[in-house]
Design a protein around this ligand. Sequence first.
Ligand SMILES: [Zn+2]
Ligand SMILES: [Zn+2]
Length: 221
Amino acid sequence: MNHHPSNLWAAANCWSLRRAWAAARDTNTGDDTRDGIRSPIWGNRTSAGGHGDPIGDTVTADVDHHAHTARTIDEVRANVDQAWWLLASATRNTPMPTGPALAVISRLVPAADPNTADEVAGYLDRADRALRRTLRLGDDHWPIPGNPPCPGCGVRMLRARTSAPDSSAWPVICAAGCVCLGDTCGCGMDIRVKRTVHIWPAAWARNTLDLTATEVDATCA
Ligand SMILES: [Zn+2]
Ligand SMILES: [Zn+2]
């Protein structure tokens, strides 16, 4: 995995959108049968813990808003299309995976250069936020046990992003939204680039925050 923060961010946003999209499909949104960004089949680990199961009453209550939902789906598709094209052209030397667009994007993100990953992260973020607003679905975030301070800004708002089906792939973010200062930053990210978001790979959380896999699993069970 490419540990550049922009690539990690794009990958995390892609999983978040995949998860929101799966929730949207599960609400059976009327006669809109467009399924161009079909979600994948999820594994057993759906992290139905403290951050809430997206397939619930709140989501079902929104099914009536057909027009609004259709507009949102158009917005999601437009952003996903942009992300897809950007990635496809930026990774011309990588064999093109087949499958639904978001699954393809997940596969291509690690091979992308950081600038492309940054743009892709932006498109996916817009799509994810729009969809989650429509579904009234919160972020897939989970507080880090012990609530340790962010090594970047000191605020105690570190969160695991729990959208990916495999908890060993959950990155950690600072929900205070601090950004990197570059080489002099105390954040401890492998690659420190001025003004990028702070996002650490799951392994960092295990090693630096002294979490064990068992602890992660127990809290999310
Ligand atoms: Zn911070
Ligand atoms: Zn930093």
